[in-house]
Design a binder for this molecule. Sequence first.
Ligand SMILES: [Fe+2]
Length: 156
Amino acid sequence: MTTDQLLPSHDLQPQRQAELLQPCVLASINLALTLKQLHWNLRGSKFQSVHEFLDLVIEHARGTADELAERIVTIGVAARGQPPAVAALTMPRVPDDFVTDTQAVELASDLLGKAIEIMRDAQETLGDIDAISEDLVISAIKTFEKQLWMLRSHLL
Ligand SMILES: [Fe+2]
């Protein structure tokens, strides 16, 4: 079934939309996996609050990946989320080792900032194609940006 058959009065450009949504899916999966690395290995006096807060970001990242992947499929394109596709996306790396609580917050902020940058780039172009997909991305960015503020607040 094509999208034209699904919504004959709208040109949803499903392939173009999928090209824009796909990096958002992969960035969200990367975020969920990489923040777990920090969640496990951070050490310091802020351990408890950072450890628990990272899980909130991870939960949102997992939900975002699922929601945006299902949007891609809804408009008629197969979604991609396997490890090689995730690894091919350029995102900040974190050490395979223990990190201090401050390092964990700084690294997590860099990761979150990069994911937001990828999603804002997609959102700007999606706005010209489909308000529904754009709205899903805006909603995800809104929470990620609030979480970035809360994460950075651990540094003071
Ligand atoms: Fe845990």
